[in-house]
Ligand binder design. Sequence first.
Ligand SMILES: Cc1cc2nc3c(=O)[nH]c(=O)nc-3n(C[C@H](O)[C@H](O)[C@H](O)COP(=O)(O)OP(=O)(O)OC[C@H]3O[C@@H](n4cnc5c(N)ncnc54)[C@H](O)[C@@H]3O)c2cc1C
Length: 238
Amino acid sequence: MTSTAPTKLEAPINADFCLNDEIGFVALIQQNGNDAMIVNSARVSFGKQIREVGEKDKKLLRFLLEHHHGTPLEHTSLTYLVKCPLFVARQWHRHRVGISINEISGRYVEVTDEFYIPNEFRNQSKSNRQASIDSEFSTNQYQECRATYKGIVDESYKSYLKLLENGVAREQARGILPQCTYTQFYWTCNLRSLFHFVKLRDHQDAQWEIQQYAKVMLAQAKEFFPDTINIWEDLGRT
Ligand SMILES: Cc1cc2nc3c(=O)[nH]c(=O)nc-3n(C[C@H](O)[C@H](O)[C@H](O)COP(=O)(O)OP(=O)(O)OC[C@H]3O[C@@H](n4cnc5c(N)ncnc54)[C@H](O)[C@@H]3O)c2cc1C
């Protein structure tokens, strides 16, 4: 493939921006199935079909979710277009089951100058080695940390472009870009795998940034699966 000039992905009209900038977003761009489909796939053993979910069907949905009968949820499909920092994608792509991913390649295209610069910094948690806690930084301290962070980002992108100008292959030059570089990918899951993702990632133990995406994804899915999602939440995200 030949080189392409960097083009910035435009957010679809239904995208929700998840972080503190106008760059990171998630959009549910395609979906298949609804609450009735989940009920019908559970009832197929009896040869019964419904078009609209009634009270009896909601009881069935509750029973399925409460007892982890997850397979009827697998006859659904949700495709999200995601733009997020590399370090978020790295956490995201650990989810394997019921999921398909295709991602932009820094081998094919020049990486664009889009980076996640936090608009606040959190302190390191003392009790949980993985976690952060709300910031105690003064405005001056924040400005100083931001200048350090952004200075390195700008410097590394300048150096990346310089390497490309000098003829270094994109696949090697990208090695110096920071983890806050934005990437983009299609992520297709079913409702069962979405629940698993949201349960783990919209959770206080998960990193704040991925939590923001998980929250929005569930909200976007709710338009198409309102009963199943409401019952799942009511059950405490079993
Ligand atoms: C708060 C948090 C902190 C984390 N910290 C770390 C960390 O420090 N280091 C690290 O490496 N990872 C870390 N992870 C990633 C974590 O270990 C999982 O890789 C990630 O959450 C995906 O979960 P999963 O495997 O359940 O999902 P999926 O891959 O989607 O799997 C779904 C389910 O399928 C079943 N399954 C999948 N694969 C197998 C298999 N091979 N054998 C048997 N059953 C299987 C399991 O029941 C699994 O829960 C962290 C995750 C979270 C949420």
